[in-house]
Ligand binder design. Structure first.
Ligand code: VG1
Ligand code: CO
Length: 543
């Protein structure tokens, strides 16, 4: 078997976004498209002899073919060994866990996360570094720069490797070890949470529903929630992964996880509901007729963290992405620990965790996790909630309401306008920026603008600066509106509007967020001229 060098030429636009390179499957299927990007990743690495790579994906359409290409390219580029999930499957947090556990040089994760899959859907690829986390911008920028110049790639001329049974084979001079995708991850979860207490909760009449949305967490949920914790088989929905996620959006929110939401809001609802996304790094938490916002979930986990054995020593600090509500900031203050505010995207948490500055991190986009891995982790959050529920023995809603009564409520919502024409979305952002200098001091109904800016972040560990991370309008009473363009979509542009106010008054805590934020929503429309510019009258998704 020989390594062959194939001549190629650059494709424009192979630019990693918030989380890797995401494009339509048809784009990835173009000749050399995947190969170009993978070679640029490898060229950017210093691959020492015997280097170990971790490889896996969320099982979406094109996963199987891409895995074979990457294996052959890894062999031709001098890797000593690849750990690959059985059938090419690894959830994003499991990949992170495996990279760390086996001290790999890094890993390649194939996923477009919550984006739809299938032949007409999306595919994605991302490089994770040796700490298990997404490559920082410095590296993704360097990879992108290489994609503009690439002229050849290396690949082994070899038959496909069988990936259906765990075990080891050779591919040229490189070893390929097919691993059980669940085992290492399940072991890590058992080391963090009180499985005995959760088992007791689940056998004592407490009812849960978990929706894997036909995505990668199915087998993880069946093993961990089902086999190890005793959740009945009919409490685990859509746990058979499908290449097209059954035609749905594998995005656990109130819009796309409708089936689960209907069950939790219906008659005879279970006590607890949860879902995770395409690659298993997101989570949605529901109680009986109650939705826990991801920002509140992060704050609640922080406030109750010592109930879980893996966190009983306390937290070093917490971090949240800028658009995430400040609910966790209040918990950090009470615990007297630092709280960091980073740009959107998990890659910004890695340095803080590596430096021991934070234990828990979260994003408003249904992402929560800790320093046990360097990715967000959907099932981890579900298990953390179950651990808290097993210890407190109160309904989800009551736990959240007690939290609000103690810390006040950060009323929060995000409005997404998906698939806008790019020029309309850019026009809105440009218009907002132009207004900014005249806004401070201006009154809108009960709100006075205090300041506005384009969020920029200086990493406290390596000093790197990330600019242009979202437009913020901050009001005198601490409320805020943030406008940001998505960096994960593949069609047109998605504008996200994040709305937040703070209410310490318990007598208003029952209000629906859309109701409580009504005035701020109107101000966001007025400032952005979104309706006039786009002709849209309502968001595509409200969370
Ligand atoms: C979105 C979320 C962001 C998250 C990213 C990746 O990015 O807002 O918080 O880190 O998706 O999540 P954007 O640029 O579209 O707003 V995942 O689960 O899609 O890897
Ligand atoms: Co995801």
């Amino acid at each position: 078997m020989n390594a062959v060098v194939v001549d190629t030429s650059p494709y424009p636009g192979q630019k990693p976004g918030t989380s890797g390179l995401r494009q339509r499957v048809a784009v990835f299927r173009q000749p050399h498209y995947l190969e170009n990007f993978v070679q640029c990743i490898f060229d950017e690495l210093d691959i020492p002899p015997g280097a170990l790579l971790v490889l896996g994906g969320d099982g979406r359409h094109y996963n199987r073919e891409a895995i074979q290409v990457i294996l052959k390219m890894a062999a031709a580029n001098g890797f000593g060994k690849v750990l690959v999930g059985q059938n090419g499957i690894l959830s994003t947090p499991a990949a992170s866990c495996v990279i760390r556990k086996y001290r790999a040089l890094g890993g390649i994760v194939l996923s477009a996360s919550h984006n739809p899959g299938g032949p007409d859907g999306d595919f994605g690829i991302k490089y994770n570094i040796g700490n298990g986390g997404p490559a920082p911008e410095r590296i993704t920028e360097a990879i992108y720069a290489r994609t503009a110049k690439i002229s050849r790639y290396k690949i082994l001329a070899a038959p496909d490797v069988a990936l259906n049974i765990p075990g080891e084979t050779m591919l040229g001079d490189m070893r390929v070890q097919v691993i059980d995708p669940v085992a290492d991850y399940a072991e890590l979860m058992e080391s963090l949470f009180d499985f005995g207490a959760i088992r007791k909760l689940l056998s004592g009449g407490f009812r849960l529903r978990f929706d894997a949305m036909h995505a990668v967490t199915g087998p993880y949920a069946v093993e961990i929630l089902g086999s190890r914790l005793g959740a009945p088989a009919d409490s685990l929905m859509n746990c058979v992964p499908l290449e097209d996620f059954g035609g749905g959006h594998p995005d656990p929110n109130l819009t796309y996880a409708r089936d689960l939401v209907d069950i939790l809001y219906g008659g005879d609802a279970p006590d607890f509901g949860a879902a995770s996304d395409g690659d298993g790094d997101r989570n949605m938490i529901l109680g009986k007729k109650f939705f826990v916002t991801p920002s509140d979930s992060l704050a609640l986990i922080a406030a109750n963290s010592t109930l879980a054995p893996g966190y009983k020593g306390g937290l070093a600090g917490v971090a949240r992405s800028m658009p995430t509500s400040a609910a966790v900031d209040r918990v950090a203050q009470a615990l007297n620990i630092p709280c960091f505010e980073t740009p959107t995207g998990w890659k910004f948490f890695g340095n803080l965790m590596d430096a021991g500055k934070v234990t828990l991190c979260g994003e408003e986009s249904f992402g929560t996790s800790s320093n046990h891995v360097r990715e967000k982790d959907g099932l981890w959050a579900v298990l953390f909630w179950l651990n808290i529920l097993a210890a407190r023995r109160q309904p989800v809603e009551q736990i959240v309401r007690e939290h609000w009564a103690r810390f006040g409520r950060n009323v929060y919502s995000r409005h997404d306008y998906e698939a806008l024409p790019a020029d309309v979305a850019n026009g809105v952002m440009q218009h907002l920026k132009e207004c900014f200098s005249g806004l401070p001091g201006k009154r809108y109904g009960g709100y006075t603008v205090k300041s506005c800016d384009d969020f920029s972040y200086t990493d406290p560990v390596d000093g790197s600066i990330s600019r242009g991370q979202g437009l913020r309008v901050l009001f005198a009473d601490g409320s805020r509106i943030v406008f940001r363009l998505s960096g994960t979509g593949t069609e047109g542009a998605t504008l996200r509007i994040y709305l937040e106010s703070y209410d310490p008054d318990v007598s208003r805590h029952h209000l629906d967020a859309q109701e409580a934020l009504r005035e701020l929503i109107a101000i966001a429309m007025e400032l952005s001229e979104l309706k006039q510019r786009s002709g849209r009258h309502a968001p595509t998704v409200i969370t």
